[in-house]
Design a protein around this ligand. Sequence first.
Ligand SMILES: [Zn+2]
Ligand SMILES: [Zn+2]
Length: 253
Amino acid sequence: MDKRGLLSALSGAALDILLPPQCPSCNAVVESAGVLCGPCWQAVDFITPPLCSCCGLPFAFDPGLSDAVLCGACARRAPPYNRARAVMVYGDFSRKLVLAFKHGDRTDTAPGLGRWLARTGAGLIADADLIAPVPLHWSRLFARRYNQAALLAGVVGRIGGVRVVQDLLVRGKRTPPQGRLTRSARHRNVQGAFRVRPSRRGELDGRRVLLIDDVLTTGATVSACAKMLLRGGAKAVDVLTLARVVRTTEAGR
Ligand SMILES: [Zn+2]
Ligand SMILES: [Zn+2]
């Protein structure tokens, strides 16, 4: 290691000692890294059963004993993925948390958020042969310096002991942000945006893939990815995200 490398390694270590761990959401000082402070913990809207067995939408009312109940949308048209699960409802609190992680350089929160994912997705991880993140377009990756989904995928793979293939999918088309688009416009927007990296094709055959992303909104992005993975030979695709949009009309509350 040259002198400069040594200095930056030392200052990194020193910073770790000097800076106490902070709450991933509000930056309050907490006991250990990746742990939320008390008030923030109270604010998390964790998703719990009963859920749609396919897309993971939480139901306001328990539909009964059967564990294979579908929501209206999945019953009308089955998504290309098998199961999607999310840790929490996307709302004021989780939006702040995800944005800080995504754009605010709070990469230190990845291990904590990844542990949440691993707990929520334990069943999906147990069935997975491969884990892959939803990729960013290279220009966005360049501007942001890291792909938040890739960081999460790395943590989930380490915890679950499942191989992570960070470059399984490529984002070939730079798509406008999905933010204000309607459901059908979102599906059109991501159509043809993803493909399986040609050099990875051989690894997909007959495999179950677990796809990781930060937020599931309409499911357009993960559906586009799942379609390409299935076309590339994957046996099945599951999806695990930190947060999930739950529209009040969908959940019946
Ligand atoms: Zn906090
Ligand atoms: Zn559903």
